[in-house]
Design a protein around this ligand. Structure first.
Ligand code: CO8
Length: 258
């Protein structure tokens, strides 16, 4: 498949997508979100891929939705268009882990896209924010919902209401990102994490992701039940037998369902 707004490559069992509209700091337009969704779905259904990484460039992960494209939208354009609805949701249906490697700006829809991934590894140059308020709008792809869950109500309010940016150190303190690394190591660190994940048994990786995501959807007791059922079902896999036998026999496991 040929893409115009993203660059796609495979590194062993890791699928890498680079957002590639550098002239507009990777502003997210309809075409980019459609291409990104397609690339992720292709990796998701590829048995040779175990995890994915999304990144931008040194200056920007993505500076938000494309303001130029949205500037003249009417209410009906926004309400009806694919851009503002379905193609932003594709990533939520990806079942294998997706890591965001964020260098530079992750603003507005860019911050929201990073939060839609499973975890964020960022560079010390990263800047996160939801500056939509400065444009007379509010976040529209989960900023007001995922940010308070990821950090806190106080910080989510602060970022969404003032439009100020948060640097990497603050993002790590707040719990938005899992690791902060020097900018020139950021992508390698994310690919290394994805490589580690891709080497594990794929059913257990997918169920761990599914189970953690459940923690944000319902009650604790429903989440616990879901986790318990997932846990039980993994005892039906060969990889559970292999993983535990390898531990007992003091050797490395040779997982089959990676
Ligand atoms: N959209 C379009 N173009 C952009 C965007 C953007 N979000 N961000 C930057 N650009 C363009 C600039 O216009 C500029 O183009 P040109 O060279 O032709 O003038 C180029 O990228 C470089 O940008 P700057 O010259 O501004 O670079 P600076 O280093 O001076 O500043 C900033 C970097 C601070 C990141 C600045 O570019 C900025 O403030 N950008 C806008 C950030 C923003 O407001 N983002 C939120 C957008 S709204 C949004 O994301 C809503 C999401 C809703 C999703 C709903 C889906 C369901």
């Amino acid at each position: 498949m040929t893409y115009e707004t993203i660059l796609v490559e495979t590194l062993g069992k890791v699928g890498l997508v680079r957002l590639n509209r550098p002239q507009v700091l990777n502003a997210l337009n309809d075409q980019l979100m459609t291409e990104l969704g397609q690339a992720l779905m292709d990796f998701d259904s590829d048995d040779n891929i175990g995890a994915m990484v999304i990144t931008g460039n040194d200056k920007a992960f993505a500076a938000g939705a494309d303001i130029g494209a949205m500037a003249t939208f009417t209410y009906m354009d926004v309400y009806k268009s694919e851009y503002i609805t379905r193609n932003w949701e594709t990533i939520r249906n990806i079942r294998k882990p997706v890591i965001a490697a964020v260098r530079g700006f992750a603003l507005g829809g860019g911050c929201e896209l990073a939060m839609m991934t499973d975890f964020i590894i960022c560079a010390d140059t990263a800047k996160f924010g939801q500056p939509e308020i400065k444009l007379g709008i509010i976040p529209g792809a989960g900023g007001t919902q995922r940010l308070p869950r990821a950090i806190s109500k106080a910080k989510a309010m602060d970022l969404c209401l003032t439009g100020r940016l948060m640097d990497a150190a603050e993002a790590e303190r707040a719990g938005l990102v899992s690791r902060v690394v020097p900018a020139d190591k950021c992508l390698d660190e994310a690919i290394e994490a994805a490589t580690v994940i891709a080497a594990y048994s794929n059913p257990s990786v997918m169920m761990a992701k599914e189970s953690i995501n459940r923690a944000f959807e319902g009650s604790l007791s429903e989440g616990m039940l879901f986790e318990r059922r997932m846990f039980h079902s993994l005892f039906a896999t060969e990889d559970q037998k292999e993983g535990m036998a390898a531990f007992v026999e003091k050797r490395k496991p040779d997982f089959k369902n990676k």
